[in-house]
Write a protein of this length. Structure first.
Length: 179
């Protein structure tokens, strides 16, 4: 698996993940069956069916690559993203920035991960739901959008995956598959 990127917990978070999550990470590193993920524990924001390679990460870091040659091609990919410590207004800004870049035109689907501490503490009246934010930004796009809280920061049940994995989303069956 030379040259393949793995999305998983950082070294600090390894001490906090569950035994099942650690074993699943090891399966991902070893390219074994333990790496496969099937989940029905998804929240559907926008219905549809999609399949493609998975690509993404932290939304702040994705957006940091928008103006240079290091940003990977999003075409025909399932975009996943998560964030830590950003207010809903800032998440809205970052998603709008990504949408305005034109990079979202040809994605197949979107998976939102765990949003750790993403609340506005200074102006709590401005706390919009992630569903409202995402649907506002991507209302006219024709791809499924789900939330799956098994990747991101500050969670013990973290699922790891390689960017070589194929992803399938089927909202009718309420199913996410990574293999």
């Amino acid at each position: 698996m030379a040259g393949v990127s793995i999305y998983g917990p950082n070294v600090y978070e390894l001490s906090c993940v569950s035994e099942d999550s650690f074993n699943q990470l090891m399966g991902t590193l070893e390219c074994s069956q333990e790496a496969n993920i099937t989940s029905n524990d998804i929240k559907i924001l926008k219905h549809g069916k999609a399949s493609g390679k998975i690509l993404g990460g932290n939304i702040t870091l994705i957006n940091a690559l928008l103006a240079n040659d290091f940003l990977p091609n999003f075409d025909n990919k399932i975009l996943f993203w998560e964030e830590i410590g950003e207010s809903p207004a800032m998440l809205s800004f970052k998603l709008r920035e990504l949408e305005l870049s034109g990079k979202m035109r040809n994605i197949k689907g979107m998976i939102i991960g765990f949003l750790s501490d993403c609340v506005d503490k200074k102006y709590p009246e401005d706390n919009k739901s992630i569903e409202d934010i995402v649907l506002d930004v991507f209302w006219d796009y024709d791809f499924p959008i789900i939330q799956w809280n098994y990747f991101g920061h500050d969670i013990s049940d973290f699922h790891s995956f390689s960017f070589e994995m194929n992803c399938e989303i089927n909202t009718r069956e309420k199913k996410l598959l990574l293999r």
